[in-house]
Design a binder for this molecule. Structure first.
Ligand code: SF4
Length: 417
């Protein structure tokens, strides 16, 4: 059996790797967040050993994969994939590198991919090239004979990590005590742990994605007077504003302060309580970048993801989910110009696939999502070659009780919205 350790970890992080089911909590430092930013837009794959030299907290894998060049990795992944045949399905999130996406049987956002996974009955192994919460959702929605694998166990999501289960449970208890019988509906963004989805399922709540957040909020306000939204304050605030909820009726819950930093009266007066979380990729965009793009290209279309801050969304022409952005740009007329506020791997791919349009990222310093980026092709190859040897590595499973209520929250979104 191969050793399974994290590079540059604390001892407790190493110990936590003993379980193949739990994601070790590895906070991103600012230097790790920007370790892969480029100014020359060169995001081509480098051997794993070179990536490790940026002092990353990635899972270690056998030495033989460390120096393998990109071409060899690609050839061997193709061969392994062929050999595994219908037993295998590879899912690739839009924010993955091209060197991964080229092997994906399905490409999509987190919800679309989990639904695809659930529809692949012949597949025994679902290799999810995305991040941990996505693999959890795939496990919840897939059949019992299917095993979900996350090639690099440290591929988490910094936003999802900002809502730790204990903090969320404490917040929920505090709010219940203050509100008494008043009905508050918990909503969690797809980008959250199964435990938080489960809390929502148990308490008449629901899951949302960036494409249906407005409809989900409307659903919730038909059933309660207030909403609490985890973990992305920006998506929550942007959605509240679309429903004409005044900004002073939305408060931010800071998990590091008693009662989220508010007195009882403020909590009673609020219509929306927003968890203090954010996406480190989408909060890089700012209004100055939009002004610059407009001054250089007067006929530019600015399109951004609603995980961006409120002022960025307000200054843009369009905002919407990853699928919305892809759809808008793919169907735009030739010659149109687009400055895009979302993850760079997707923006680069859109630009390559639409050579008749001008498409560029709002941020000139090119920063991929550093946790999506952790799925280097060496990890994909390692996970597939292990399957050929009869071993399942990095299986993601959600315990039965958590899965039951998380599925309830997911099903409300899938069937009632
Ligand atoms: S882009 Fe943001 S929300 Fe998506 S996985 Fe990366 S950190 Fe998480």
């Amino acid at each position: 059996m191969d050793t399974c350790k994290i590079l540059n970890p604390t001892q407790s992080e190493v110990n936590s790797m003993a379980t193949k089911q739990k994601l070790p909590f590895i906070p991103l430092t600012e230097s790790q967040q920007s370790a892969f930013c480029r100014t020359d837009e060169n995001l081509l794959v480098k051997p794993l050993a070179e990536e490790f030299s940026a002092v990353v907290s990635w899972q270690d894998i056998p030495e033989k994969y460390h120096h393998m060049p990109g071409e060899e990795l690609s050839t061997r992944i193709s061969l392994a994939r062929q050999e595994l045949g219908e037993k295998l399905v590879i899912l690739g999130h839009h924010y993955q590198r091209d060197e991964i996406v080229q092997f994906a049987d399905f490409r999509g956002d987190s919800l679309k991919l989990s639904q695809q996974a659930a529809g692949q009955e012949k597949a025994e192994f679902i290799v999810f090239c995305g991040v941990h919460f996505m693999a959890e959702t795939a496990d919840i929605l897939s059949a019992s004979h299917q095993q979900v694998i996350l090639p690099n166990i440290t591929a988490g999501c910094s936003m999802a990590d900002m809502a730790r289960t204990d903090d969320v449970l404490d917040c929920w208890d505090d709010i219940q005590q203050i509100l008494g019988d008043e009905k508050i509906i918990p909503i969690t963004y797809m980008n959250s742990t199964a435990a938080i989805k489960s809390l929502c399922g148990k308490n008449n709540g629901i899951v949302c994605t960036s494409s249906n957040a407005k409809a989900v909020f409307e659903w919730a306000f038909e059933r309660g007077n207030k909403v609490i939204f985890f973990p992305d304050q920006h998506l929550g605030r942007n959605t509240g504003l679309k429903l004409n909820i005044p900004i002073d009726q939305m408060l931010v819950w800071n998990p590091f302060k008693p009662m989220g930093g508010h007195d009882d009266e403020k909590i009673r007066d609020a219509r929306v309580i927003l968890w203090q979380g954010h996406c480190s990729v989408h909060t890089r965009f700012n209004v100055r970048q939009i002004e610059k793009a407009r001054s250089e290209h007067p006929d530019i279309n600015i399109i951004v993801h609603p995980e961006c801050t409120m002022d960025v969304v307000e200054a843009s022409d369009l905002d919407g989910s990853t699928e919305f952005i892809i759809d808008k740009i793919n169907n735009a007329p030739p010659g149109s110009k687009w400055a895009v506020g979302t993850e760079i791997s997707l923006v680069n791919r859109l630009s390559q696939e639409n050579p008749d349009k001008l498409i560029f990222c709002l941020d000139s310093i090119v920063c991929p999502c550093s946790t999506m980026y952790r799925t280097h092709p060496a990890y994909l190859l390692w996970s597939l070659e292990k399957l050929l040897e009869g071993e399942v590595i990095n299986q993601i499973t959600v315990d039965e009780e958590t899965a039951k209520y998380a599925k309830l929250a997911l099903d409300r979104m899938l069937h009632e919205i």
